[in-house]
Ligand binder design. Structure first.
Ligand SMILES: C[S@@+](CC[C@H](N)C(=O)[O-])C[C@H]1O[C@@H](n2cnc3c(N)ncnc32)[C@H](O)[C@@H]1O
Length: 276
Protein backbone atom coordinates (compact mmCIF):
# COMPACT_ATOMS: atom_id res chain seq x y z
CA UNK A 1 0.00 0.00 0.00
CA UNK A 2 1.33 3.50 -0.78
CA UNK A 3 1.43 5.94 2.10
CA UNK A 4 -1.17 8.65 1.36
CA UNK A 5 0.13 12.15 0.87
CA UNK A 6 3.79 11.32 0.30
CA UNK A 7 3.13 9.56 -2.95
CA UNK A 8 0.01 11.38 -3.98
CA UNK A 9 -2.11 8.27 -4.26
CA UNK A 10 -3.07 5.21 -2.31
CA UNK A 11 -3.14 1.90 -4.15
CA UNK A 12 -5.32 -0.95 -3.05
CA UNK A 13 -3.54 -4.17 -2.08
CA UNK A 14 -5.30 -5.88 -4.96
CA UNK A 15 -3.89 -3.41 -7.46
CA UNK A 16 -0.39 -3.54 -6.02
CA UNK A 17 -0.38 -7.29 -6.46
CA UNK A 18 -1.59 -6.96 -10.04
CA UNK A 19 1.14 -4.57 -11.23
CA UNK A 20 3.27 -4.74 -13.38
CA UNK A 21 4.69 -6.70 -16.20
CA UNK A 22 2.37 -9.24 -15.16
CA UNK A 23 -0.45 -10.37 -13.37
CA UNK A 24 0.54 -11.81 -10.00
CA UNK A 25 3.35 -13.58 -8.23
CA UNK A 26 2.60 -17.21 -7.59
CA UNK A 27 2.62 -19.84 -10.33
CA UNK A 28 -1.07 -20.55 -9.67
CA UNK A 29 -1.86 -16.90 -10.31
CA UNK A 30 0.12 -16.98 -13.51
CA UNK A 31 -1.70 -20.15 -14.52
CA UNK A 32 -4.95 -18.16 -14.24
CA UNK A 33 -3.46 -15.23 -16.13
CA UNK A 34 -2.27 -17.49 -18.96
CA UNK A 35 -5.66 -19.24 -19.14
CA UNK A 36 -7.41 -15.86 -19.33
CA UNK A 37 -4.98 -14.48 -21.88
CA UNK A 38 -5.63 -17.46 -24.14
CA UNK A 39 -9.26 -16.26 -24.34
CA UNK A 40 -8.31 -12.64 -25.03
CA UNK A 41 -8.46 -11.54 -28.63
CA UNK A 42 -7.10 -8.12 -27.59
CA UNK A 43 -3.99 -9.56 -25.92
CA UNK A 44 -3.22 -11.79 -28.88
CA UNK A 45 -3.76 -9.25 -31.65
CA UNK A 46 -3.69 -5.68 -30.29
CA UNK A 47 -1.17 -5.86 -27.42
CA UNK A 48 1.81 -6.90 -29.61
CA UNK A 49 0.85 -4.43 -32.35
CA UNK A 50 0.65 -1.56 -29.83
CA UNK A 51 3.91 -2.62 -28.16
CA UNK A 52 5.73 -2.70 -31.50
CA UNK A 53 4.27 -3.21 -34.99
CA UNK A 54 7.64 -4.73 -35.96
CA UNK A 55 7.15 -7.70 -33.60
CA UNK A 56 6.46 -10.88 -35.59
CA UNK A 57 2.90 -12.01 -34.72
CA UNK A 58 4.04 -15.43 -33.48
CA UNK A 59 5.99 -13.87 -30.57
CA UNK A 60 2.79 -13.08 -28.61
CA UNK A 61 4.81 -11.68 -25.67
CA UNK A 62 3.64 -11.62 -22.08
CA UNK A 63 6.12 -8.83 -21.42
CA UNK A 64 7.21 -5.40 -22.64
CA UNK A 65 10.29 -5.84 -24.83
CA UNK A 66 9.97 -4.43 -28.37
CA UNK A 67 11.53 -6.02 -31.46
CA UNK A 68 14.72 -3.96 -31.14
CA UNK A 69 15.07 -5.28 -27.58
CA UNK A 70 14.75 -8.89 -28.71
CA UNK A 71 17.46 -8.19 -31.30
CA UNK A 72 19.68 -6.79 -28.54
CA UNK A 73 19.11 -9.92 -26.46
CA UNK A 74 19.94 -12.13 -29.45
CA UNK A 75 23.23 -10.34 -29.92
CA UNK A 76 24.12 -10.18 -26.20
CA UNK A 77 23.65 -13.91 -25.47
CA UNK A 78 26.53 -14.69 -27.90
CA UNK A 79 25.35 -18.19 -28.82
CA UNK A 80 24.84 -19.94 -32.14
CA UNK A 81 24.21 -23.35 -33.74
CA UNK A 82 25.18 -26.21 -31.44
CA UNK A 83 24.71 -24.10 -28.30
CA UNK A 84 21.92 -24.30 -25.72
CA UNK A 85 20.04 -21.13 -24.81
CA UNK A 86 17.92 -21.26 -21.65
CA UNK A 87 14.91 -18.93 -21.40
CA UNK A 88 14.17 -18.68 -17.69
CA UNK A 89 10.56 -17.72 -16.82
CA UNK A 90 9.81 -18.22 -20.51
CA UNK A 91 6.02 -17.83 -20.26
CA UNK A 92 4.40 -18.93 -23.52
CA UNK A 93 7.88 -19.05 -25.05
CA UNK A 94 7.66 -16.41 -27.80
CA UNK A 95 10.63 -14.16 -26.97
CA UNK A 96 12.94 -17.12 -26.33
CA UNK A 97 11.88 -18.95 -29.49
CA UNK A 98 12.35 -15.77 -31.53
CA UNK A 99 15.92 -15.40 -30.19
CA UNK A 100 16.73 -19.12 -30.62
CA UNK A 101 15.47 -19.07 -34.22
CA UNK A 102 17.48 -15.92 -34.97
CA UNK A 103 20.80 -17.24 -33.58
CA UNK A 104 20.33 -20.91 -34.56
CA UNK A 105 20.72 -22.27 -31.00
CA UNK A 106 18.72 -25.01 -29.28
CA UNK A 107 16.31 -23.72 -26.63
CA UNK A 108 15.22 -24.89 -23.21
CA UNK A 109 12.45 -22.80 -21.66
CA UNK A 110 11.63 -23.06 -17.95
CA UNK A 111 8.61 -21.52 -16.24
CA UNK A 112 6.68 -21.94 -12.99
CA UNK A 113 3.33 -22.07 -14.79
CA UNK A 114 2.32 -25.46 -16.21
CA UNK A 115 -0.23 -23.64 -18.40
CA UNK A 116 2.53 -21.51 -19.94
CA UNK A 117 4.82 -24.51 -20.43
CA UNK A 118 2.08 -26.43 -22.28
CA UNK A 119 1.30 -23.40 -24.48
CA UNK A 120 4.99 -22.87 -25.29
CA UNK A 121 5.37 -26.53 -26.26
CA UNK A 122 2.34 -26.27 -28.55
CA UNK A 123 3.74 -23.15 -30.20
CA UNK A 124 7.11 -24.57 -31.30
CA UNK A 125 5.94 -25.21 -34.85
CA UNK A 126 4.94 -21.56 -35.29
CA UNK A 127 8.68 -20.82 -35.08
CA UNK A 128 9.76 -23.85 -37.11
CA UNK A 129 11.81 -25.08 -34.14
CA UNK A 130 10.28 -28.54 -33.54
CA UNK A 131 12.45 -30.64 -31.23
CA UNK A 132 15.15 -27.94 -31.16
CA UNK A 133 13.02 -26.30 -28.44
CA UNK A 134 11.78 -27.93 -25.25
CA UNK A 135 9.98 -26.55 -22.23
CA UNK A 136 9.75 -27.68 -18.61
CA UNK A 137 8.20 -26.54 -15.36
CA UNK A 138 10.67 -25.15 -12.84
CA UNK A 139 11.37 -22.28 -10.51
CA UNK A 140 13.52 -19.21 -11.02
CA UNK A 141 15.63 -20.40 -8.08
CA UNK A 142 15.40 -24.15 -8.80
CA UNK A 143 15.36 -24.75 -12.55
CA UNK A 144 16.00 -28.49 -12.50
CA UNK A 145 18.76 -28.01 -15.11
CA UNK A 146 22.15 -29.72 -14.83
CA UNK A 147 25.27 -27.83 -13.70
CA UNK A 148 26.81 -25.88 -16.58
CA UNK A 149 24.12 -27.02 -19.03
CA UNK A 150 23.44 -23.58 -20.49
CA UNK A 151 25.67 -21.72 -22.94
CA UNK A 152 23.56 -18.65 -22.22
CA UNK A 153 20.48 -17.69 -20.21
CA UNK A 154 17.90 -15.02 -21.03
CA UNK A 155 15.21 -13.93 -18.59
CA UNK A 156 12.59 -11.42 -19.73
CA UNK A 157 10.62 -9.34 -17.20
CA UNK A 158 10.56 -11.95 -14.43
CA UNK A 159 13.39 -11.57 -11.90
CA UNK A 160 11.18 -9.23 -9.85
CA UNK A 161 8.82 -12.10 -9.04
CA UNK A 162 11.42 -14.11 -7.14
CA UNK A 163 11.15 -13.66 -3.38
CA UNK A 164 14.92 -14.27 -3.03
CA UNK A 165 16.89 -12.78 -5.92
CA UNK A 166 20.24 -13.90 -4.47
CA UNK A 167 19.09 -17.52 -4.73
CA UNK A 168 18.14 -16.94 -8.37
CA UNK A 169 21.54 -15.40 -9.13
CA UNK A 170 23.29 -18.41 -7.59
CA UNK A 171 21.09 -20.76 -9.63
CA UNK A 172 21.95 -18.80 -12.78
CA UNK A 173 25.66 -19.22 -12.10
CA UNK A 174 25.16 -22.93 -11.43
CA UNK A 175 23.40 -23.68 -14.73
CA UNK A 176 25.64 -21.48 -16.90
CA UNK A 177 28.85 -22.94 -18.28
CA UNK A 178 32.02 -20.96 -17.48
CA UNK A 179 32.09 -17.99 -19.83
CA UNK A 180 28.33 -18.28 -20.48
CA UNK A 181 26.29 -15.12 -20.83
CA UNK A 182 23.25 -13.90 -18.91
CA UNK A 183 20.86 -11.34 -20.40
CA UNK A 184 17.84 -10.14 -18.45
CA UNK A 185 15.28 -7.35 -18.63
CA UNK A 186 13.57 -5.79 -15.64
CA UNK A 187 12.61 -2.56 -13.87
CA UNK A 188 14.22 -0.90 -10.85
CA UNK A 189 13.14 2.00 -8.63
CA UNK A 190 15.20 5.10 -9.40
CA UNK A 191 15.46 5.65 -5.65
CA UNK A 192 16.38 2.48 -3.74
CA UNK A 193 13.66 1.65 -1.24
CA UNK A 194 11.20 4.20 -2.68
CA UNK A 195 7.96 3.68 -0.74
CA UNK A 196 6.00 4.98 -3.74
CA UNK A 197 7.16 2.10 -5.94
CA UNK A 198 5.78 -1.41 -5.71
CA UNK A 199 7.99 -3.40 -3.35
CA UNK A 200 9.27 -5.88 -5.91
CA UNK A 201 11.01 -3.04 -7.78
CA UNK A 202 11.71 -0.73 -4.85
CA UNK A 203 14.30 -3.11 -3.43
CA UNK A 204 15.75 -4.51 -6.65
CA UNK A 205 19.25 -3.70 -7.88
CA UNK A 206 19.95 -6.28 -10.58
CA UNK A 207 23.62 -5.39 -10.98
CA UNK A 208 24.36 -5.67 -7.27
CA UNK A 209 22.58 -9.01 -7.01
CA UNK A 210 24.61 -10.45 -9.90
CA UNK A 211 27.95 -9.06 -8.71
CA UNK A 212 27.31 -10.45 -5.21
CA UNK A 213 26.77 -13.89 -6.78
CA UNK A 214 30.14 -13.64 -8.55
CA UNK A 215 29.11 -12.64 -12.08
CA UNK A 216 31.68 -10.69 -14.11
CA UNK A 217 31.27 -7.93 -16.75
CA UNK A 218 27.96 -6.88 -15.21
CA UNK A 219 26.38 -4.03 -17.16
CA UNK A 220 23.03 -2.36 -16.45
CA UNK A 221 21.78 -0.04 -19.18
CA UNK A 222 18.57 1.95 -19.25
CA UNK A 223 16.13 1.58 -22.14
CA UNK A 224 13.69 4.53 -21.94
CA UNK A 225 12.45 3.92 -25.49
CA UNK A 226 11.02 0.55 -24.36
CA UNK A 227 9.16 2.38 -21.59
CA UNK A 228 7.60 4.72 -24.15
CA UNK A 229 6.21 1.66 -25.93
CA UNK A 230 4.79 0.37 -22.64
CA UNK A 231 3.20 3.75 -22.01
CA UNK A 232 1.62 3.64 -25.49
CA UNK A 233 0.10 0.21 -24.71
CA UNK A 234 -1.46 1.42 -21.45
CA UNK A 235 -2.71 4.69 -22.97
CA UNK A 236 -4.38 2.86 -25.86
CA UNK A 237 -5.86 0.20 -23.55
CA UNK A 238 -7.29 2.77 -21.12
CA UNK A 239 -8.75 4.85 -23.97
CA UNK A 240 -10.93 1.87 -24.91
CA UNK A 241 -12.88 2.02 -21.64
CA UNK A 242 -14.57 -0.90 -19.85
CA UNK A 243 -14.43 -4.17 -21.76
CA UNK A 244 -15.46 -7.80 -21.38
CA UNK A 245 -12.14 -8.91 -22.87
CA UNK A 246 -10.26 -10.25 -19.82
CA UNK A 247 -6.83 -9.50 -21.26
CA UNK A 248 -7.73 -5.90 -22.00
CA UNK A 249 -9.21 -5.47 -18.51
CA UNK A 250 -6.02 -6.94 -16.98
CA UNK A 251 -3.78 -4.50 -18.87
CA UNK A 252 -6.09 -1.57 -18.04
CA UNK A 253 -5.88 -2.41 -14.29
CA UNK A 254 -2.10 -2.75 -14.54
CA UNK A 255 -1.80 0.49 -16.53
CA UNK A 256 -3.69 2.65 -14.02
CA UNK A 257 -0.94 2.08 -11.45
CA UNK A 258 2.00 1.57 -13.79
CA UNK A 259 1.53 4.95 -15.46
CA UNK A 260 1.82 6.65 -12.05
CA UNK A 261 4.96 4.73 -11.16
CA UNK A 262 6.75 5.06 -14.49
CA UNK A 263 8.63 8.27 -13.63
CA UNK A 264 9.89 6.60 -10.45
CA UNK A 265 11.31 3.50 -12.14
CA UNK A 266 13.84 2.79 -14.85
CA UNK A 267 13.63 0.13 -17.53
CA UNK A 268 16.82 -1.92 -17.60
CA UNK A 269 18.65 -4.39 -19.81
CA UNK A 270 21.24 -6.30 -17.80
CA UNK A 271 24.12 -8.37 -19.18
CA UNK A 272 26.73 -10.41 -17.33
CA UNK A 273 29.21 -13.27 -17.81
CA UNK A 274 29.74 -16.35 -15.68
CA UNK A 275 33.47 -16.21 -14.95
CA UNK A 276 35.69 -18.95 -16.37
C1 LIG B 1 5.81 -11.10 -17.27
S1 LIG B 1 5.85 -12.83 -17.57
C2 LIG B 1 7.14 -12.96 -18.80
C3 LIG B 1 7.03 -14.23 -19.60
C4 LIG B 1 8.00 -14.34 -20.77
N1 LIG B 1 9.36 -14.16 -20.34
C5 LIG B 1 7.66 -13.37 -21.89
O1 LIG B 1 8.49 -12.48 -22.14
O2 LIG B 1 6.61 -13.52 -22.51
C6 LIG B 1 6.64 -13.47 -16.11
C7 LIG B 1 6.82 -14.97 -16.12
O3 LIG B 1 7.51 -15.34 -14.94
C8 LIG B 1 6.99 -16.60 -14.52
N2 LIG B 1 7.32 -16.74 -13.09
C9 LIG B 1 6.96 -15.92 -12.07
N3 LIG B 1 7.49 -16.35 -10.91
C10 LIG B 1 8.20 -17.48 -11.22
C11 LIG B 1 9.00 -18.37 -10.45
N4 LIG B 1 9.18 -18.21 -9.14
N5 LIG B 1 9.60 -19.40 -11.08
C12 LIG B 1 9.43 -19.59 -12.43
N6 LIG B 1 8.69 -18.76 -13.20
C13 LIG B 1 8.09 -17.72 -12.60
C14 LIG B 1 5.51 -16.51 -14.81
O4 LIG B 1 4.87 -17.76 -14.85
C15 LIG B 1 5.53 -15.77 -16.14
O5 LIG B 1 5.56 -16.66 -17.22
Amino acid sequence: MRPAGRCGAVLSARRVRAYPGGMGELPETFDDAFRSSARSEWLRREFPRLLDPELPPEVEPFSFVPASGLAEIASAVRVGPGDLLVDLACGRGGPGMWVARRVGAALCGVDGSSVAVAAATDRRDAFGLGSRARFAQGDLAATGLADGAADAVMCVDALQFAPDRDLVARELRRVLRPGGRLVLTCWEARLLGDACVVERFATLRCGEVLRAAGFADVEVVERPAWEERRRAVYDAALALGPSEDVGLSMIQAEGRDALQEMPLTRRVLVTATNPT
